[in-house]
Write a protein that binds this ligand. Structure first.
Ligand code: NIG
Ligand code: FE
Length: 398
């Protein structure tokens, strides 16, 4: 593939500690990788005759890495959202058979083609908003066939589509109604039957550690079994209350602990020591009208922070990473620089992908152009679609 030179960059956020953020930059891609990124005045002359696009003062940054989504699902829960906004609680709605279980019922009865089409439409909107790598979880099947189906649907929806996909098995999202009276038997099913079938189709295993979902001991058993199938660990932890999930994530050396609305300072230090990424999902707290995770505290404790959409039909039907950046800045208290880093490089590290979320030679050439002079506009103008060009693997996609 011929090289592509991008000039006229008004602000270039590279996330490369050496290059930093430049006020007048240029980027060169060659094949699927970044060949060079730096000050416009230093652009090597060797690329003088190459295909060049002048972005006329716009900002350029790495593509977003959305490291936490549940975007394969069927059904509609807008009624539930409206009821919550009228005062009912997520916990009460879930205990009455709504919540996750209502999406499980809809997903089990949906046909494969419709699930693929729905996931694909969400991916198309994500790509248009600058997401270039996405993680997708199962967890709305909760039986062997439908959990496997969800992971296959994610792959089918992404096939031939210019987004990189990572998949996570979340069979332990909640206990399905047919096992309500015997949750231990469900954990047994997850470990002994679902994991062997689903592990070949996943990169990670996740468990929702929360009152009403799974306890720390159950999660330890599931994640330890998952490790023996080659799956890295992720944990939904400290979301609605304090569950002990974050401490477990640190103990197991999980790749990521997610949500963390109720994490303590001591647990933050444990995550930092373990090298576990904190993947925060401000859209969920926003749509639940609950307090945001302590992003600045985690950052100051030395934890690697990522931010993600948590795209799901219950708590965060958000597909836009620019909107998540805006929430992280205005509602959670991260700086613009921290939020942009967390949405790109942080997400990459949350997925164990060192070759992206940064524009340094050799990194994957996934980058976006904003119709604005600086990346601060993402948070400053939260309702304006600012992503004007998306490049993945060195090719212009939108
Ligand atoms: O990340 N926390 C658990 N899972 C989702 C909610 C799923 C749902 O309500 O459908 C979350 O918020
Ligand atoms: Fe989630």
């Amino acid at each position: 593939m011929e090289p592509l030179v991008i000039t006229g960059i008004g602000e270039l956020a590279t996330n490369d500690p050496v290059t930093g953020t430049l006020s007048e930059g240029a980027v060169v891609t060659e094949g699927e990788a970044v060949a060079w990124a730096g000050p416009a005045g230093d652009l090597p002359s060797g690329w003088a005759g190459a295909r060049t696009i002048d972005v006329e003062g716009r900002a350029v940054m790495p593509g977003f890495v959305d490291a936490h989504t549940h975007l394969v699902f069927a059904g509609d829960r807008s009624d539930e959202f409206a009821r919550r906004m009228a005062g009912e609680s997520y916990a009460d709605i879930s205990a009455a058979g709504g919540g996750i279980l209502s999406t499980v019922a809809a997903t089990r009865s949906a046909d494969r083609r419709r699930l693929v089409a729905g996931a694909r439409r969400r991916m198309e909107r994500m790509l248009a908003a600058g997401t270039t790598t996405v993680e997708i979880k199962s967890g709305y099947g909760l039986d062997i066939a439908t959990e496997l189906l969800m992971l296959e649907v994610a792959e089918e929806a992404a096939a031939g589509f210019p987004l990189t996909l990572r998949r996570t098995f979340l069979g332990a999202h909640t206990v399905p109604s047919e096992y309500r009276t015997d949750p231990a038997a469900y954990v047994e099913l997850v470990v002994e039957e679902m994991l062997p079938v689903c592990a070949p189709h996943a990169d990670y295993c996740d468990v929702f550690v929360e009152e009403g979902a799974f306890g720390v001991e159950e999660a330890r058993r599931i994640l330890t079994a998952a490790a023996s199938h080659g799956l890295g660990a992720r944990v939904h932890a400290e979301q609605l209350g304090h569950s002990g999930g974050a401490a477990l994530a640190a103990e197991l050396g999980a790749v990521s602990a997610d949500h963390l609305d109720h994490i303590t300072t001591a647990e933050a230090k444990a995550l930092a020591a373990a090298g576990t990424v904190a993947t925060l999902v401000p859209g969920a707290s926003f749509q639940l009208r609950s307090p945001q995770a302590p992003g600045p505290m985690l950052w100051d404790a030395g934890v690697t922070v990522a931010i993600a959409t948590d795209c799901n039909p219950g708590t965060s039907y958000v597909e836009s990473m620019p909107f998540v950046v805006a929430l992280a800045v205005t509602q959670m208290g991260l700086t613009v620089e921290q939020a942009v880093w967390a949405a790109t490089r942080g997400g990459a590290l949350s997925l164990g992908m060192d070759d992206r979320g940064r524009l340094a030679p050799g990194d994957r050439a996934d980058l976006i152009v904003l119709d604005a002079p600086s990346v601060a506009h993402l948070a400053y103008r939260p309702a304006t679609p600012l992503v004007s060009t998306v490049i993945t693997g060195g090719k212009i996609r939108t």
